[in-house]
Write a protein that binds this ligand. Structure first.
Ligand SMILES: Cc1ncc(COP(=O)(O)O)c(C=O)c1O
Length: 375
């Protein structure tokens, strides 16, 4: 088939992109392999499901879907404001935190601008950057012998930042590595970063981090008006399917974000459920505790098998298979276990596995043993 004429009209940034590859859906694998028992440990969702308070809010919702949602998301923003002790005019809601990342890119990037982020950082950063035809500048990650192998080398970021830098994306904990940044390193970095550069601190996995390792991003917002903190309901709140995230920032930044936000970017049901989920402290605590216990057990189990794991403070583990990992990923699929191959990140020997329930993890390990034994 001949190439349609409009294809050459897409800008260079878009032409250099490949569509984001999401974790394989369970239904695809069911269809392709006819398997009945499948576990998905590929997208860092909460294995305990939706926060019960959100599920309850969904079941009892008596709103009207024929109406547009509250475009200002006021009720949810008020709850978030109370939670973070921050004013409502410093909060921007997103259709997932992915939406927030896109908004930031659209405001501060474009031809002639660049965005700086680490090698092995979240896959959406290059997509958001190239989507505006800006230049991605990739800072080499810390070496394998570093205490935080494959982690962000924040000291080196300065060498990549210049007058044309619009945005720096920093993820802590980072996906797909699970690595994190010490609070002092984040502060030193913000001090050294020119005020015209917008720094996005992506905290999608913050709630899984040990409390003593977390940065007080709320306090940082007071000191750095160029800082945006991105958070999500997709991970520990168990609401990935509903798509709610948000940005905390200075009021001026929130004003810019709101200017280009789709007027109704977060649907009514999602807002309603997110408000309810915020109150579900028991579920959050249970999710944190179970993740911590299972994370430790799974890291140990992988290490006992001679597989080295990256340090992680998230709800997933990235480990070195000591061999090309895509064939192992394929073999695990045939066993009914979906994990994440990382070749698209340039990590050809690594797999990322989301920490599941104890049962999920046992099924995964048994499947992994069979797959490794067959090689
Ligand atoms: C580091 C990081 N940031 C942001 C997101 C986006 O999450 P969502 O758009 O579901 O809020 C993800 C999702 O995997 C992530 O891993």
């Amino acid at each position: 088939m001949t190439k349609p004429a409009f294809m050459d009209r897409a800008h260079d940034g878009i032409l250099q992109l490949h569509a984001y590859e999401p974790g394989k859906p369970i239904s695809d694998l069911q269809r392709e392999l006819g398997l009945t028992s499948i576990i998905k440990l590929a997208s860092n969702e909460n294995p305990l499901g939706v926060a019960p308070a959100a599920a309850q809010a969904l079941a009892s919702w008596d709103g009207n879907l024929s109406r547009y949602p509250d475009g200002n998301g006021l009720a949810l923003k008020q709850k978030l404001a109370a939670r973070h002790a921050i004013s409502v005019n410093r909060i921007t809601l997103g259709n997932g935190s992915n939406d927030v990342l896109e908004l930031v890119a659209r405001i501060f990037l474009g031809p002639g601008r660049n965005a700086v982020f680490s090698q092995y950082a979240f896959a959406v950063y290059p997509i958001a950057t190239r989507g505006t035809n800006a230049e991605p500048r990739i800072v080499p990650a810390l070496g394998v012998d570093d205490a935080m192998p494959y982690g962000h080398d924040l000291d080196a970021f300065a060498d990549y930042i210049d007058d044309n830098t619009g945005v720096v994306f920093v993820a802590s904990p980072n996906n797909p590595t699970g690595t994190w940044l010490p609070p002092a390193a984040i502060e030193t970095f913000l001090d050294a970063t020119p005020a015209h550069v917008v720094v996005v601190l992506d905290e999608a996995y913050l709630e899984y981090q040990d409390e003593d390792k977390r940065v007080d991003s709320r306090a940082l917002l007071e000191r750095y008006p160029n800082l945006i903190v991105a958070r999500t309901f997709s991970k520990i709140f168990g609401m990935a399917g509903l798509r709610v995230g948000y940005a905390l920032s200075s009021p001026q930044m929130a004003d810019l974000l709101n200017r280009i936000r789709q007027p109704f970017n977060v649907n009514e049901l999602a807002q309603h459920c997110a408000s309810a989920a915020l109150d579900d402290r028991d579920f959050i605590t249970r999710s944190q505790c179970e993740n911590e216990i299972e994370r430790e057990a799974l890291v140990k189990a992988l290490q006992d098998r001679g597989l080295s794991c990256l340090p992680t403070q998230a709800n997933f583990i990235t480990f070195d298979c000591g061999q090309p990992s895509t064939p192992l990923f394929d073999a695990l699929l045939r066993e009914g276990v979906i994990v994440r191959p990382l070749a698209s990140y340039g990590m050809r020997q690594h797999l990322r596995v989301t920490i599941g329930t104890g049962d999920d993890n046992r099924v995964f390990l048994a499947a992994l043993d069979r797959v490794l034994a067959a090689r």
